[in-house]
Write a new protein. Structure first.
Ligand SMILES: Cc1cc2nc3c(=O)[nH]c(=O)nc-3n(C[C@H](O)[C@H](O)[C@H](O)COP(=O)(O)OP(=O)(O)OC[C@H]3O[C@@H](n4cnc5c(N)ncnc54)[C@H](O)[C@@H]3O)c2cc1C
Ligand code: FES
Length: 369
């Protein structure tokens, strides 16, 4: 933006639209949300309108201590304010990327990102009445949706139910309060697990359960549900809805992923056991890599990504769940079984690509890598 005046930069006529791909973006603002959550705002060198579907994410491409690292983060802003976008990141104890972002990313720094992408969004699943359920930092995609509905004066009735550990952990609290005072189709309900001495709280306490939900949103059976939070939280929500006879076709969820497996050691152990198994005639397959000429014998249960790690080959990876598409690789020969979660298109599958984090071999396989 340095060579452009502010009004030139914001000139809508010269502004490009954002499309899925790799982009260099500049961090332009940091906002402290809570003691362990920061929002990072970004814009591009050239003026770009950041259009995306509220709920979608980007994948950051970083190098930390000489190691490439990729992680996905939800776009927490809304495309209704499109001149910049933001991500909101919670520090994860011992987490490589979240702590690096908190400790190192400052205004003015350039970052490579991939996206936007993701099927968990409120554009592909339109509804007149929604129930937005979030736990902890899982609030980010729901906040993007709420901001979008709010800014566009959408005729959508929103019940926003957010669970946090303590009152001090509530992300976006002031903005949520603001939205709930401005429009009558935004019904805000905050739940805190507990209240430490020194923090005032007059809202709901404990965990979201059937009775609490019936009190908060008596018409929840008529709503489309969007849910994001820790795995146990989402499991409890799914169970609660299923038991109530909710039509799960109207239930949409996003997971931020499980603890990453220690790929190389796990796969090495499995590769070693595959060697032993092969003596006993158990199914093992040879995974070979065209560029390096390397190959490894693995059991049919291990992913192509883990097989590559055991051969000393680092395929990129971010979500580890078939959502983000980072680990895409082309299969040159052989049969595979892919269980993805939307991170690959039908066209890519037709062309022979798979997501290595969620694909297992069904025969000997050669990869274009
Ligand atoms: C679609 C999507 C959207 C997301 N959106 C957000 C968002 O909006 N905000 C947000 O904060 N996060 C979001 N995430 C999560 C984010 O991508 C990261 O997973 C998160 O920030 C943790 O990354 P990290 O590098 O800090 O932790 P990692 O280094 O990946 O570690 C995560 C945890 O695993 C443990 N661990 C690491 N390596 C090992 C090992 N070898 N063995 C055992 N344990 C290990 C660590 O101690 C830590 O507790 C999203 C994820 C996805 C898939
Ligand atoms: S790492 Fe995200 S799809 Fe495989």
């Amino acid at each position: 933006m340095s060579s452009l005046t502010r009004s030139e930069y914001l000139n809508p006529v010269h502004t490009q639209n954002w499309v899925n791909g790799r982009h260099l973006v500049r961090c332009c603002k940091l906002i402290r949300e809570t003691h362990d959550v920061l929002t990072f705002c970004f814009s591009m060198q050239e003026p770009v309108l950041f259009f995306f579907k509220p709920g979608q994410f980007v994948t950051l491409e970083l190098e930390i201590d000489g190691e490439p690292q990729m992680r996905s983060y939800t776009l927490s802003s809304a495309p209704s304010i499109p001149y910049s976008f933001s991500i909101t990141v919670k520090r994860v104890p011992s987490g490589v990327v979240s702590n690096w972002l908190h400790d190192n990313l400052v205004e003015g720094m350039l970052l490579a990102i991939h996206g936007p992408a993701g099927q968990f969004n409120c554009i592909d699943h339109p509804a007149r009445k929604v129930l937005l359920l979030s736990g902890g930092v899982g609030i980010t995609p729901l906040m993007s949706m709420a901001r979008w509905f709010f800014n566009t004066n959408a005729e959508v009735d929103m019940a926003f139910v957010h669970s946090a550990r303590t009152p001090a952990d509530i992300i976006y609290r002031a903005e949520l309060d603001y939205m709930s005072t401005r429009i009558d189709n935004f019904h805000l309900h905050l739940i805190c697990e507990h209240t430490p001495v020194g923090q005032a709280w007059s809202g709901y306490r404990g965990y979201l359960g059937k009775d609490m939900l019936a009190l908060i949103a008596p018409d929840f059976m008529e709503r489309a549900v969007f849910c994001c939070g820790p795995a146990p939280y989402m499991r409890a929500v799914r169970q609660l809805l299923q038991q109530a006879g909710f039509d799960m076709a109207n239930y949409h969820e996003e997971s931020f992923g499980a603890t990453p497996e220690a790929d190389a050691s796990l796969a090495s152990a499995q590769a070693a056991s595959a060697q032993t198994d092969s003596a006993a005639d158990t199914a093992t397959h040879c995974i070979s890599f065209k560029d390096s000429g390397k190959s490894v014998q693995v059991s049919a249960e291990i992913t192509l990504h883990a097989a590559a790690a055991s051969a000393g080959i680092k395929l990129p990876k971010a979500c580890g769940m078939g959502i983000c598409g980072t680990c895409r690789v082309k299969v040159l020969s052989g049969e595979t079984d892919m269980q993805h979660n939307g991170g690959i298109t039908d066209e890519e599958i037709e062309e022979g690509y798979v997501l290595s984090c969620c694909t297992r071999p069904r025969s000997n396989v050669q990869l274009d890598y």
